[in-house]
Design a protein around this ligand. Structure first.
Ligand code: XIL
Length: 476
């Protein structure tokens, strides 16, 4: 495990041994979950496979998120691999993790054409309904009282709005939908029961068909409670009709949740795409906040390293809020800000305190000469120590005249950090992270007090992130 990861795990975990006086715990007020809860929303994440055994992932998930969805562990092929033989162990592990961290669970999913064991497809048609009802009843009963919401039906539609043909439509036609939802409701009347699908985020043929179906089910008294918008987006393509679409479902009296958010970019990810991704995440979060019936937003995976995207959409990835090393990306900062937080790490304007040295980032002699390398110095409150983080990630000084800049667009350790007239370029974009680091968006390197010296006049540069205290900063 790399030192940085270990530090992050400690910083975000609960039990912190009195060693490594680095990386102060993320301010509780700035975690995604506390921000979301203040808005009466949840912020969720997906866990699957070995993720529950990875301390880096679980400490991050348990600190930043308050809802968890098992990625595969509650699907039919895992839960009931043979007719009548059930396997709840993997799903139970996810539930235990959630309970240990006071997180709610979205159950995913009960009836879906995919990850369906072969035996269901091989059944004579007149046995499919009985098998479906038995599966739903047994699974929902097993988790009764532990599941906040169930995706009862997953991905029922084709892109043109026709119903997907599968074992269930073959046996029961459209009627399987109402039957499945009623069966789940009987087993756990307290769970909110969803239909979940992709490419239904905007208004289109598919979401129109779902809207008609929802109206029809509700008019028959079927206990449908919510619509899940999976939200597997491509960078820059969040539909402009998403908010209106959410509002029309909400007007039916349904919850409308973002259930599987990710936002894929072509690899390798450019800084421009990561900035656009941040905008996309913020748009989605704001859409949810604008709709009273939107209970929350869940992303699919914790960090880019666990995402299903590279395996499913070759050439794409970097779709989540955390990078391959679980460092927060611009999408994380944008999400926190959209949730109403101060930017993680402190307020928007003020001194940038070097935690390890107990000093402040300082423009030597209050010069305005472009190219001057920054240093640390005793905190004075002067204009040459007052920095403002803009929503686009610029860190400006002198009322926005000059910006913190990676000299020569350098991306290697040792690159000088200087002042330069604000340009909006990627070498002037910074992420003030919840773990106390300040990272250059272009380089991914950390703002670093050279040699971990604490003396006045020590110069500031970019360096590989180490998790040590000479890379810890607080703004404001
Ligand atoms: C994906 C999982 O993330 C993968 O691990 C698995 O191999 C395939 O399924 N829509 C859904 C999710 O509803 O269940 C899918 O999850 C992603 C698309």
């Amino acid at each position: 495990m790399r030192p940085f990861i270990r530090t992050l795990a400690l910083a975000t975990g609960l039990a912190v041994a009195p060693v490594l006086a680095v990386a102060p715990p993320a301010d509780a007020a700035s975690t995604l979950r506390s921000l979301a809860e203040a808005q009466h929303r949840y912020i969720g994440t997906e866990l699957t496979g070995n993720m529950v055994n990875n301390a880096t992932i679980t400490s991050l998930a348990g600190t930043q998120f308050d809802v968890v969805t098992p990625g595969n562990e509650m699907k039919w092929d895992t839960i009931e691999p043979g007719n009548g033989s059930y396997n709840f162990g993997p799903g139970d592990n996810v539930v235990s993790f959630a309970q240990a961290h006071a997180m709610r669970v979205r159950g995913h999913n009960l009836v879906w054409h995919a990850q369906l064991p072969g035996w269901v497809n091989s059944l004579p048609r007149n046995q499919v309904q009985g098998a479906m009802e038995a599966h739903i009843t047994t699974e929902v009963n097993h988790y009764k009282g532990k599941i906040y919401a169930w995706d009862v039906i997953n991905e029922p539609f084709n892109e043109d709005g026709s119903l997907r043909q599968d074992a269930f439509t073959a046996a029961m036609g459209t009627g399987y939908l109402a039957d499945a939802i009623r069966t789940a409701h009987t087993a756990d009347p307290a769970a909110v029961l969803y239909i979940n699908d992709y490419n239904i985020e905007g208004q289109n043929a598919k979401s129109n068909a779902l809207y008609s179906l929802a109206q029809s089910l509700l008019s028959q008294g079927v206990p449908l409670g919510g619509i899940g918008l999976e939200s597997h987006f491509i960078v820059g393509q969040v539909p402009s009709s998403m908010l209106a679409n959410m509002q029309r479902f909400a007007a039916l009296g349904l919850d409308v949740a973002i259930t599987e958010l990710d936002d894929r970019v072509p690899l390798p990810a450019s800084s421009g795409n990561l900035q656009q991704q941040a905008t996309d995440y913020a748009t989605v979060v704001k859409n949810c906040l604008a709709v009273t019936r939107c209970p929350g937003v869940s992303q699919w995976g914790v960090g880019d390293a666990d995402s299903w995207i590279p395996g499913t959409f070759p050439g794409y990835g970097a779709a989540s809020m955390y990078d391959n090393n679980y460092r927060p990306k611009p999408a994380y900062t944008a999400t926190a800000t959209a949730l109403g937080g101060p930017p993680p790490g402190g307020g928007g304007t003020g001194p940038l305190r070097a935690v390890g040295a107990g000093k402040c980032l300082d423009v030597p002699d209050s010069t305005t000469t472009a190219g001057t390398q920054l240093q640390i110095r005793d905190c004075s409150g002067g204009a040459n120590q007052t920095f403002t983080l803009s929503s686009s990630g610029a860190l400006s000084v002198y009322n926005g005249a000059d910006c913190l800049d990676a000299s020569g667009r350098g991306t290697s350790p040792g690159t000088k950090v200087i002042i330069w007239p604000c340009s909006g370029q990627a070498n002037q974009q910074w992420a003030v992270n919840a773990d106390g680091t300040v990272t250059g968006v272009q380089s991914g390197l950390c703002l670093d007090v050279t040699g971990a010296s604490t003396a006045n006049g020590t110069l500031v540069e970019l360096w590989t992130c180490t998790g040590r205290s000479n890379q810890q900063w607080t703004l404001g």
